[in-house]
Design a protein around this ligand. Sequence first.
Ligand SMILES: O=C([C@H](O)CO)[C@H](O)[C@H](O)COP(=O)(O)O
Length: 426
Amino acid sequence: MPILQVALDFMILERALKVADEAVKGGADWIEVGTPLIKSEGMRAVREIKRRFKKTVVADLKTMDVGRVEVEMATKSGASVVTVLSLADDSTIEDSIKAARKYGARVMVDLINHPEPAKRAKEVEKLGADYVCVHVGVDQQMLGKNPLEILREVASTVSIPVAAAGGINSETAADIVKNGADIVIVGGAIIKAPNVEEAARKIKEAIEKGIKIKSELYKKYGEEELKDAFMKVSTPNLSDAMHRKGALGDFIKLGGGKVVGKAVTVRTLDGDWAKAVEAIDVANPGDVIVIDAQDGKTAVWGELATWSCKVKGIAGVVIYGAARDVDEIKKADYPVFARHIAPNAGEPKGFGEIGVELNIMGVKIKPGDWIIGDESGIAVVPREDAVEIANRALDVMEHENRIREEIKRGGTLSSVMELEKWEVER
Ligand SMILES: O=C([C@H](O)CO)[C@H](O)[C@H](O)COP(=O)(O)O
């Protein structure tokens, strides 16, 4: 039966220990001290996990040099398996294996980012590696990559057991096994779950029965599914995913619910509503019209334009300027965001352009960029980064789901995050 290895990718040992305890109850066979945990807590994490769980402990060192020193450190601390990068020189891999042998430990060679994974897998097998790991890293997953194809190729090339990692969840675990994995490594889909025990149990069941168990979370979205992905996340999630960039605060939400769509951009002057309204004819259903009216306080938008959008199926409107007819916009239940409200409109003179790049409050908006608006404000996601940002925002949201659960169980936000420990040294 394939092994389920839970990857404890935390910065904080206390959180990792609680999650490990639940994951083991849910059926995790091996416990991986994840790379972030080892970097943050060192060998103390390996020792503590070995002491508490008496399970096979994998130290995910991802060694690149001085294999002997690193492997000895980990095995002396209780690790039974140590990971070494396939990108390391043969001398590092060989020395790591020799060091592991002295302590009765095993070496797993991680094929992450190797340009020829199957060829390298065969080579490291000859060097004496105990396992190879087909691994699509967390950052690569954000671009929509998964380990399946490489796994098939590697599994048919080597005779040693093959591990697989890279965004595996209860929906994909069975396929991973069918395609040759003997060890299924799962991080996010277990450790971000509010109920870790249940998440681990589901994945174990999927592996044992060879079935797909539907998962709403812990999956990555491609270009075609971006609207669904953006509907799931909040503008704060998106802002975090973009390193606090792309956020437009200080807008008033006049009506409707959440809005997600691609930008149709309009530049006009304060009060000149011609181009703003003509943009409705240019926009397609599902688009969001973004109007730069220079932060003006004379309305360029109102009830009739709102109805025109609603009837055409346009997703919403963002106005860097003023709107009016707020009562009617509310009744229409249509998402309009504006900087100002005023009863007076200007004249439809027709200055400005449709379909140009805007710069609103320092945020660039190109036609086709994704616009997401909710009660917290607006997020602008450049279209060329949309897949990555959507997946990173989902990751932020999923991490927060777990943190919320830990707070509900009695931790405070600062204690769960160990804020004091991680304050910047001055
Ligand atoms: O090794 C890992 C990654 O490089 C971060 O350290 C993960 O443990 C591995 O990818 C499994 O995690 P998920 O991809 O989130 O399942």
